[in-house]
Write a protein that binds this ligand. Sequence first.
Ligand SMILES: Cc1cc2nc3c(=O)[nH]c(=O)nc-3n(C[C@H](O)[C@H](O)[C@H](O)COP(=O)(O)OP(=O)(O)OC[C@H]3O[C@@H](n4cnc5c(N)ncnc54)[C@H](O)[C@@H]3O)c2cc1C
Length: 448
Amino acid sequence: MSTLTGNVFMISKMMNFTTHIRHAHHKCKILVIGGGCGGCTMAAKLSKNFGEAPNHVIVLEPSEDHYYQPLFTLVGGGIKPLEASRRPMKDVLPQKAQWIKDRVTFFRPNNNEVTTSRGDTIQYEVMIVAMGLELYWDQIPGLLEGLSNPDAQICSIYGSNTVSQVYDKIRKTNNGTAVFTFPNTPVKCPGAPQKIAYLAEDYWSREKKRDSIDIVYNTSLPVIFGVKKYADALWNICKQRNIQVNVRKNLIEIRPNHKEAVFQDLDNPDQTKTVKYSLLHVTPPMGVPETLKTQRDLTNAAGFLDIDPKTLQHNKFKNVYGLGDCTSTPNSKTMAAIASQSHVLYKNILDDLANKKMRMVYDGYASCPLVTGYGKCILAEFNYELKPKETFPVNQGREMYFTYLLKEYFFPFLYWNFMLRGNWNGPEIFRKVFSIIKKKDPLYEAAK
Ligand SMILES: Cc1cc2nc3c(=O)[nH]c(=O)nc-3n(C[C@H](O)[C@H](O)[C@H](O)COP(=O)(O)OP(=O)(O)OC[C@H]3O[C@@H](n4cnc5c(N)ncnc54)[C@H](O)[C@@H]3O)c2cc1C
């Protein structure tokens, strides 16, 4: 079997031909499902250890393109072109790993095997699941219709195929009510639905249109942000800039022809309210891809990959691990979280393969650069307990230009050049260095 796999690997490497092989059987040491942020990062780390077939790394990923999604907010704000967030998948996946351009359709964790949509089977010693979240555009009646109409004032920074229309629609808005939504599901980057509202508000202020436009942020959540320190700062910003925030309001229907959006009051589910809008920015409901969700032995009741929140190892199948948005860990679903998770996972997998006790623990670290306008950002960093875990020796609960510069320039640089090459483990090292300064600076404690 391994000879066949070796040949398949060699031929596919030589001819870059993997997509055309049907019903092949592959065997590998590490199988990574998904070549997005988490999958690509783990493949890069582990392919440094495991190189030659059959003891190699396979990445199963159907997309031609890889997106740095955190940039979508800035694309929506007209700051970056969509192209800056996109690279061909073949250029970002590690050279030493084998890319199979296909999707998983069935998991057989008892046999350490998956099946792909072309009928290939892949056998693994260790499997890492990093399938991200799917966007459920069709769950809101009227949304797909509205998005496909260039004249309808409906937009979303969440899709790679919808984000480039956002800035145009913001620019076209001259009056009326601009409504921004947050759905009743877990979302990737829970700060993004309000970041785009702040950018739009700033744009309309600069264009002297602000007085003619009412801004409403309707969120399904009971709070504006999960961490009190940053929530307090954001409430103040909304108050100062006259952005109306309504909590527990869930978008359930859009009537694009009448420019009407219907919201359900989640505390009184029988009550709905119809709002007339001049711009509607929608964060769609999202969830785990169907293939994973329906695999009951791998997932929890909500359909997320059921892993230990500390070790990131599957709770039932000990050679299955997960990271990123598709897992059950209760952290904020961000790329920043994945950077920390990838370090823990890498070490734990190597320990486990060497029959050692796993030593690394993920503490739920996540970060959210809350862009509050052009050149302004609150850099939220926190852990599972929703306690701030800040890196820099300043109070990060304030809007700052330097954290905005990190978001616009430094983080994308870090992502393409270090994280996707397996060389970025999160800001822990900087935090340690800066903690020495923090301890020595009496003004820091006073400013916190
Ligand atoms: C608008 C927006 C703003 C954001 N802002 C920030 C931010 O400021 N900071 C931050 O840290 N994070 C931010 N994020 C979140 C961050 O982008 C995600 O948390 C991160 O991309 C998740 O990585 P992942 O690997 O879990 O999923 P993804 O990167 O989405 O990758 C999942 C991969 O799995 C593949 N896949 C799906 N189904 C299958 C299948 N059946 N078989 C094989 N492969 C499959 C997909 O093709 C995809 O490539 C933002 C996201 C968005 C959308």
